[in-house]
Design a protein around this ligand. Structure first.
Ligand code: P6P
Length: 339
């Protein structure tokens, strides 16, 4: 039996991946590991504890009703990151403005975290997989001062690390520091994340396309043409593809990481810039997928090259197997007319 590698051991062993960090990034990743375990504990009993289930009654900046677990996950992540003093600021889907730790040791933190603490929360009540998504940047302003907006609005090319946690049939933490992608599964009997998916690679091709076809009438012509391409019969390219749409971004992207496939959330009439948020959904997932050999764009532009202009900016997302995303981009280039 191969040696069991825990996430903690992995971080220590891979310290050489971060030549300039003296353990700070390792401590930051350990904070995320802790928060993931705490959130997992609550997610796994959501059906039992009625004070967690259901809406918190408030709305976040997206106008989406905050589920109580959203709020809980947000607080756990913020507290765990603050406690390590390596992070000087956090941007979260659940907070209108960024959070700058403006006193004490955290002002000296070298890192910024952007996160969606609990994505797909509308699925909580129906027991469908949900996820946490995070990006880690180095701050741009000098340590010892309060973080500024410029510390947050960084393109994905400047990422130090990114990852996601999926709370599904098992709980996995998947992350990259720019040296490939590794997946860790939580062994709840000992409360430890163990390396289960070393050096993850997304297949260049796939047979799964993932899009909310309920919005078909609002899609750009290129997306409509690509969906028809997926549905045509062609033995040589194993079409028609299979349609799978969970409605939980992390679950849809993670499935495609394992099996191959494409996930698309394009511009629609209701969401002319797409629904998903650039900074704490599209960029971290693009980083992971590219590190695993896949592709991520807004249908034309590489996601990691887009410089954010605001914290909660939305962009369309085409992400997954290289050949499938490039095929969809070709249709978008050929038929650029909007719905
Ligand atoms: P729609 C969940 O609200 C989310 O942000 C993603 O997790 C998911 O992929 C998408 O929205 C689903 O959106 O419009 O298809 O319900």
């Amino acid at each position: 039996m191969d040696k069991l590698t825990t996430l903690g051991e992995f971080i220590v062993e891979r310290q050489s991946d971060f030549p300039f960090a003296k353990g700070e990034l390792s401590r930051l990743l350990s904070a995320i590991r802790l928060a993931a375990k705490v959130v997992n504990r609550e997610v796994n009993k959501a059906g039992l504890v009625d004070d967690i289930l259901g809406s918190a009654g408030q709305e976040n900046i997206q106008g989406e009703t905050q589920q109580k677990l959203d709020v809980y996950a947000n607080v756990q992540m913020i507290n765990a990151l603050r406690a390590q003093h390596e992070v000087c600021g956090i941007g979260s889907e659940e907070n209108d403005d960024f959070i700058a730790f403006d006193k004490g040791e955290s002002m000296w933190g070298k890192y910024i975290v952007m996160m969606d603490p609990l994505d797909g929360s509308s699925n909580i009540d129906v027991n469908v997989s949900i996820g946490t998504i995070f990006s880690i940047y180095r701050r741009k302003t000098k340590p010892g001062t309060v973080a500024q907006l410029e510390d947050f609005l960084q393109p994905g090319l400047d990422l130090v690390a990114a990852g996601y946690i999926i709370y599904g049939s098992s709980t996995m933490l998947v992350f990259s520091t720019g040296h490939g992608v590794n997946g860790f599964t939580l062994d709840t009997s000992i409360g430890v994340f163990c390396l289960s998916h070393p050096n993850m690679r997304i297949p260049e091709d796939g047979k799964i396309y993932s899009i909310n076809e309920g919005n078909y009438k609002q899609f750009p012509e290129g997306v409509k043409r690509y969906i028809k391409y997926c549905q045509e019969e062609d033995e040589a390219t194993q079409r028609p593809y299979t349609s799978r749409y969970i409605g939980s971004l992390v679950a849809d992207v993670h499935r495609n990481m394992i099996k191959g496939g494409i996930y698309i959330y394009p511009a629609t009439g209701i969401n002319p810039n797409g629904k998903l948020r650039l900074m704490y959904e599209n960029i971290p997932l693009a980083f992971i997928v590219e590190q695993a050999g896949g592709v991520a764009s807004d249908g034309k532009n590489r996601i990691l090259e887009i410089t954010p202009e605001e914290l909660h900016q939305r962009t369309p997302l085409f992400i997954g197997s290289k050949n499938m995303v490039e095929q969809a981009e070709a249709y978008m280039a050929e038929h650029s007319e909007v719905a």
